[in-house]
Design a protein around this ligand. Structure first.
Ligand code: TXA
Ligand code: MG
Length: 353
């Protein structure tokens, strides 16, 4: 299949492809997504195929405004409307009770019935809803007139794409088109908040911080899968959190501690003969001559670190390094999302200094 590269002016074409059951790479403010008509089970199945995604990992739906929630969800708690008012459009996905399922084979029309096929939710009775804050993405959803099911646009297990080039690296030849919407402004995937339990539970940290959510909701629990690997028999609430993720080809070692100490530790342990790469804060860019280095941004600029992280992991693959050493920020604010992605990329191979 030849993958068309569409310009921002070709939103209508992208929407047509989606309405007719095709797959389109769509820009969002977080990462690029791999979008299909969320009401069309056959189209949704082809997402799993293009990504090589395990069937038990549900997809989230992208909608243009909160009013669409009532079409697909029930028992919506009051807090959802407050969250939507404050954080939507934006990088927050809410897990809500899904209205009802019908068998996969049912024919769909574009105006109704408003039924989410089982393949979207992987059989769960809940569904993730997200209202993205990217003009092109919003225009595509509106023109398509259907909720767009979209996981991140990477091959399963790889770092999520934050530019059209990274998206094509994984999906060229496997999908109908990709729309160029520039570089993603957030750079890590949306915050996922489960609102089907009390207190609400953070399943994945992202562009809306835990502090912001607690500020508004009071108590918010942290799913254990965010900070540690799941033990045998343990199930994370977001099925996707159990897989190795965000991983470049080379093994990653995360070094935690004050930036000066972690930088020094990495310098001490870099092998002169082994092809080691380093992901570090800007302040330490000059410390590792002779080794491929990717800078994450300044030590205190967690937003920049989030924006650059996935591309840095991909760049290490391109450099062909054998092993990656990475500095890590602390978990305040956006730091939690960066730490979570780094820890998972490393398979929780962490050294505290
Ligand atoms: O920023 C984002 O959220 C991006 C852009 C494209 O919107 N999308 C994204 O989708 O990251 P994906 O599929 O890569 O990650 C969604 C995560 C997965 O870990 C999945 O297991 C979890 O959400 N998830 C989906 N539906 C769920 C549900 N009903 N209950 C719990 N977790 C769910
Ligand atoms: Mg993903």
């Amino acid at each position: 299949m030849k993958t068309k590269l569409l310009s921002p002016g070709e939103v209508g074409k992208a929407a047509d492809i989606i309405r007719s059951g095709g797959l389109v790479g769509i820009p969002t403010e977080t990462v690029y997504g791999l979008g299909a008509n969320g009401l069309d089970p056959t189209a949704v199945r082809s997402i799993f195929q293009a990504k090589g995604r395990p069937q038990d990992n549900p997809l989230i739906l992208h909608i243009p405004d909160p009013s669409w929630l009532e079409r697909y969800c029930e028992d919506i708690p009051e807090a959802v409307w407050l969250l939507a008012k404050r954080f939507w459009p934006g990088p927050l996905t809410m897990i809500l009770k899904c209205k009802r399922h019908t068998p996969d084979k049912q024919s769909v029309s574009h105006t109704g019935p408003w039924v989410i096929p089982e393949v979207v939710t992987a059989g769960l009775d809940t569904v993730g809803m997200r209202c993205p804050a990217h003009d092109i993405c919003r225009a595509i959803i509106e023109a398509a007139g259907v909720p767009i099911a979209a996981p991140s646009g990477n091959t399963s297990g790889r770092p999520s794409p934050t530019s059209v080039t990274d998206m094509l690296e994984d999906m060229d030849g496997k999908i109908d088109a990709v729309v160029d919407g520039g570089v993603c402004q957030v750079g890590v995937e949306s915050t996922i908040l489960d609102l089907t339990c009390t207190p609400p539970r953070l399943l994945r940290p992202g562009g809306i911080s835990l502090e912001e959510l607690r500020d508004m909701l009071g108590e918010v629990e942290l799913d254990p899968a965010i900070l540690r690997p799941m033990g045998e028999g343990e199930q994370p609430r977001a099925p996707g959190m159990k897989y190795r993720h965000y991983a470049p080809k080379a093994p990653v070692i995360v070094v935690k501690g004050s930036p000066a100490r972690s930088a020094a530790y990495i310098l001490e342990h870099l092998s002169p003969t082994y092809w080691d790469g380093v992901i570090c804060f800007d302040e330490f860019a000059g410390w590792y001559p002779g080794h491929p280095v990717e800078c994450l941004g300044g030590t205190l600029d967690q937003w920049e670190q989030a924006r650059r992280l996935f591309h840095a992991l991909r760049a290490m693959d391109e450099a062909g390094v054998k092993r990656i050493w990475a500095q890590s920020p602390d978990t305040a604010g956006m730091g939690l999302a960066v730490v979570n992605r780094l820890d998972k990329a490393a398979g929780f191979h962490i050294i505290e200094v």
